[in-house]
Design a protein around this ligand. Structure first.
Ligand code: MCA
Ligand code: AMP
Length: 525
């Protein structure tokens, strides 16, 4: 099958994202080979350039590697290089070696990013984890990846990790309070070495770690930098969590690779975003649709028009919301489509029509095709090699190809091609996306089922203007059925808040197929 040829036409080629006259080849995306080398090139080229800053009002944790706490001051490239070298020295002196896993679960702060960058410079494999995870969620990741160290800003999480680990775990905060020392070698990771293990459920089953190599990360980062014309003059208002690919691989890596700068806000608040954009002469904002929904209702949304570019991703941006928010902020929001396993796949163009309801066409270096049933397939230097220690799940996730271009990753998303643009029409995978966070029905069902008032349960997503979807539990009661509040309290120790059911519907029975499997799609919404 030819890339992008089914489902009603052919996608525009990725070259259409480049400025006219560009001769870029896909292989150019991965020159420098690894992120640390690409970053080091930037810091060397312009050591004085501002890189990152914690928003002044939000005193982050103290900085690692002996540098004074610097909230409200820009870190230059040179300072960032020095701080990450020192932090790398501490990690290496603590006994961490290339290939060791480090669980990293922190809020957004320069200190935390210094730890992250230092770990990659040593060749460690970073395992990001949501700071909302409960004890069993952390324990699962620790037992699955066997980290040698954890960097957490909540000591309670460090204790949970220690309890779940069968080795002598190094536990530290983002201040990296460890003895100083020289790392053996810096920036020596090779392009195919793993850099991140990001937990996701893929199309089916239990959470598993998607292993992303340095090559994947560099290719995906360079692609968006090129497509969105990201330059050293840009300044990003960054308010996404740093433990997911959107905030980390697009927001932070993009800033460091482009040579631009980013102001780190601890979370999303429309007024704080508008204030920061104005005070710091920002040019970029990246958000999930829930943030755009809230921005559209902010009295100050028009002040966003001072930015050069606003990007939406991680969940569908409804066409109506796209039009509404674009009208109030005075610029057409650019929607793009990504996935943990593949990072960024497709984007609306920087120059040219940004079509509401569509995710545009493949980013530089990426090939996208539709299978006969409409499932979107992706291949390219951005696509991961497989799930951590799960060969069967990895084999299932890919489809072989005989055209010599390599195997296709099966996304579990369904799409159509309309006039050169890709539109996501649904998912073949069981996945709920609430406010940009993924919720896997089976994970929630497993916990809810242990409630004494629940005989059977199925979990689905109910459409919500603000959240995209909210989690609904369909329950067959055993005695008195629990309310949504009861379930929220009951699941609080085992499910992060965004996974807990917000709506409970009590039914007499659940629709099942001949094999007894629940047909979630036949439940109402
Ligand atoms: C917070 N809550 C949520 C969510 N976030 N509930 C459901 N879904 C959520 N996403 C809970 C809170 O714990 C709280 O619960 C209640 O909702 C109200 O919280 P509120 O203060 O309104 O929420 P918030 O703290 O303002 O958070 C909303 C948010 C946040 C800013 C939209 O959810 C967020 O940062 N989302 C971004 C997710 C993201 O980065 N995804 C990227 C995945 P209680 O009342 O019980 O305390 S990477 C990816 O998907 C791919 C690669 C891609 O394409 O990008
Ligand atoms: P994750 O596993 O967190 O990386 O989530 C990836 C999933 O988010 C994709 O497979 C899509 O289902 C969804 N997604 C990301 N961006 C978009 C978008 N712009 N439109 C629709 N769905 C999206």
């Amino acid at each position: 099958m030819s890339p992008g040829r089914e489902g009603g036409g052919q996608l525009r080629p990725w070259r259409d994202h480049l400025p006219s006259g560009s001769q870029l080849q896909a292989s150019d995306l991965v020159t420098s080979g690894t992120l640390p080398r690409a970053w080091a090139d930037r810091w060397e080229a312009d050591p004085e350039a501002p890189v990152l800053m914690d928003a002044a009002s939000t005193a982050g944790p103290s900085s690692p590697a002996g540098l004074a706490h610097r909230s409200g001051t820009w870190w230059s490239g040179e300072e960032f290089d020095v701080a990450t070298r020192r932090a790398a020295g501490r990690l290496a002196t603590a006994g961490l070696r290339s290939g060791d896993r480090v669980l990293w679960s922190t809020g957004s702060s320069v200190s935390s990013i210094i730890c992250h960058v230092a770990a990659l410079r040593v060749g460690l494999v970073v395992v990001p984890a949501n700071t909302a995870y409960t004890q069993p969620e952390i324990a699962y990741i620790v037992s699955d990846t066997g980290p040698a160290a954890v960097i957490v800003d909540d000591p309670k999480r460090g204790g949970w990790a220690r309890d779940a680990s069968d080795r002598d775990l190094i536990v530290t905060g983002p201040d990296l309070d460890l003895p100083d020392g020289e790392p053996a070698r810096l920036d020596a990771a090779r392009p195919d070495d793993p850099a991140l293990i990001c937990f996701t459920s893929g199309t089916t089953g239990a959470p598993k770690g998607a292993v992303l190599s340095h090559r994947n990360l560099l290719a995906a980062t360079r692609a968006v930098c090129l497509a969105w014309r990201w330059t050293p003059a840009d300044r990003l208002i960054h308010c996404l969590p740093v433990f997911h690919a959107h905030g980390l691989c697009v927001g932070i890596y993009g800033t460091l690779v482009s040579g631009g700068s980013a102001l780190l806000l601890p979370g999303f608040d429309p007024d704080a975003v508008v204030d920061a954009a104005s005070t710091h002469h920002a040019s970029l904002f990246f958000g999930v649709p829930t943030m755009y929904h809230r921005l559209a209702r902010s009295a100050r949304a028009a002040e966003m028009s001072r930015l050069r570019l606003c990007v939406s991703g991680s969940a569908p941006l409804a066409a109506d919301l796209h039009r509404e928010v674009s009208a109030v902020i005075g610029m057409s929001v650019l929607e793009r489509y990504g996935m943990t396993e593949t990072l960024m796949n497709a984007s609306n163009p920087y120059d040219g029509e940004r079509r509401p309801g569509s995710v545009g066409f493949p980013l530089p270096g990426v090939e996208v095709k539709l299978a006969g049933d409409g499932e979107i397939g992706v291949r390219g230097p951005n696509v991961f090699d497989g799930y951590w220690e799960r060969p069967a799940a990895t084999a299932d996730a890919f489809e072989d190809s005989s055209d010599g271009g390599g195997r296709w990753f099966r996304t579990g998303d369904l799409g159509t091609i309309d006039d050169g643009y890709l539109t996501i029409r649904g998912r073949s995978k069981d996945l709920i996306i609430s406010g940009g966070f993924n919720v896997y029905p089976s994970e929630v069902e497993e916990v809810v089922l242990t409630h004494p008032g629940v005989a059977e349960v199925a979990v689905t997503g109910t459409p919500s203007d603000e959240w995209g979807e909210v989690v609904t539990a369909w329950i067959v009661a055993d005695g008195r059925a629990p309310s949504a509040e009861d379930l929220s309290a009951y699941t609080a120790d085992r499910l992060a808040a965004y996974k807990r059911p917000r709506i409970v519907r009590v039914v007499h029975s659940l629709p099942r197929n001949a094999l007894g499997k629940v047909l979630r799609s036949e439940l109402g919404r």
